[in-house]
Design a protein around this ligand. Structure first.
Ligand code: ZN
Ligand code: FE
Length: 258
C-alpha cells in the first residue's frame, strides 16, 4: 500500500513523501528545504531512494544538496532545466520507475510556470508542482499563456478521480478569486466554505482531484459560458473561449488582491 503525506516547509510549501508500507526507502517530491524533511524521515526511520523535481525554483530544489549528501538518491528532473544534483534528466513521455515503491510514473511536460516544468503522473496520482493548484494555477513566469493553458488542458484530460498534489497551500486565496470569476457556481461556493473551515483548523486542502478542479477551478473552465463572460467583461472586448480567456483570467488574478 502506498501512502502519500506532506511535509510543510517555508510559509506554504508542501513537500510530498511517497511511502510504501513495508519499505523504509521513500521518494520525495520537490525538497525545497531539507530540515523539515530530514526531521520527519528520521522520526520514522525512513531513508530517501529517489527525489522527483518538478522545476528549478529555489523553494522546490533548495534542500537537494543536503538530501544528496545524506542519502545518495536518484534525482529526477527536467532535462531542459539546469538543477545541480539532478542525475536522471527526463522529458515528456519518459517513465520513472520507482522500484522501492513498486510504481512507475509518466513524465508530462507542463511548460508555463517555468519553461521546463514537468509533472509526474500514474497510479491515480499526479504531482503537478506549481502548474495546477487547488482552485487555481501557477503564475506564468517563463512560458506563454498559451503554453500554460495547454499544460492545464493536459492535466484536465486525466481521469477525473486522479488525485492532484500541488506544492503550495494557496487554496483559500485561489477560491476567493474563483468566486469573483464565477459567483454563480454553487459547487465552488460549497468548496470555499469547506476550505475556510479546513484552514481555520490548519488542515491541508491538498490533494484535490481532477474532477473537483474541473467543477470549481476557473483556470480549467475557460470554455464555460460564465467564465468566458466574466473574462470578456474584464477585457472589455470579445474573446475566443479557451486559451484567450485563460490569458485574461490569469492576468486578472495576477493583479487581484481580494
Ligand atoms: Zn515555482
Ligand atoms: Fe513554488
Amino acid at each position: 500500500m502506498l501512502q502519500i503525506w506532506p511535509v510543510q516547509a517555508f510559509a506554504d510549501n508542501y513537500i510530498w513523501i511517497l511511502e510504501r508500507q513495508g519499505s523504509t526507502r521513500v521518494a520525495v517530491v520537490d525538497p525545497g528545504d531539507a530540515g523539515p524533511v530530514l526531521a520527519a524521515l528520521d522520526e520514522r526511520g525512513l531513508e530517501v531512494g529517489a527525489i522527483l523535481i518538478t522545476h528549478h525554483h529555489g523553494d522546490h530544489v533548495g534542500g537537494l544538496q543536503e538530501m544528496i549528501r545524506r542519502f545518495h538518491p536518484s534525482v529526477f528532473g527536467s532535462s531542459t532545466e539546469s538543477v545541480e544534483g539532478v542525475d536522471r534528466p527526463i522529458a515528456d513521455g519518459d517513465v520513472v520507475a520507482l522500484s522501492d515503491l513498486g510504481i512507475s510514473l509518466d513524465v508530462l511536460a507542463l511548460p508555463g510556470h517555468t519553461s521546463g516544468h514537468i509533472g509526474y503522473v500514474g497510479n491515480g496520482l499526479a504531482f503537478v508542482g506549481d502548474t495546477l493548484f487547488a482552485g487555481g494555477c501557477g503564475r506564468v513566469f517563463e512560458g506563454t499563456m498559451a503554453q500554460m493553458h495547454a499544460s492545464l488542458s493536459k492535466l484536465a484530460s486525466l481521469p477525473p478521480e486522479t488525485k492532484t498534489y500541488c506544492a503550495h497551500e494557496y487554496t483559500l486565496a485561489n477560491l476567493r478569486f474563483a468566486m469573483a470569476v464565477e459567483p454563480g457556481n454553487t459547487e465552488l461556493a460549497d468548496r470555499l466554505a469547506a476550505t475556510e473551515t479546513a484552514r481555520a483548523e490548519n488542515q491541508p486542502t491538498v490533494p484535490s482531484t481532477i474532477g473537483f478542479e474541473l467543477a470549481t477551478n476557473p483556470f480549467l473552465r475557460c470554455s464555460e459560458p460564465d467564465v468566458v463572460s466574466a473574462a470578456v467583461a474584464q477585457a472589455g472586448h470579445n474573446l475566443e473561449p479557451g486559451a484567450e480567456v485563460f490569458g485574461i483570467v490569469r492576468r486578472w488574478k495576477d493583479g487581484w488582491s481580494g
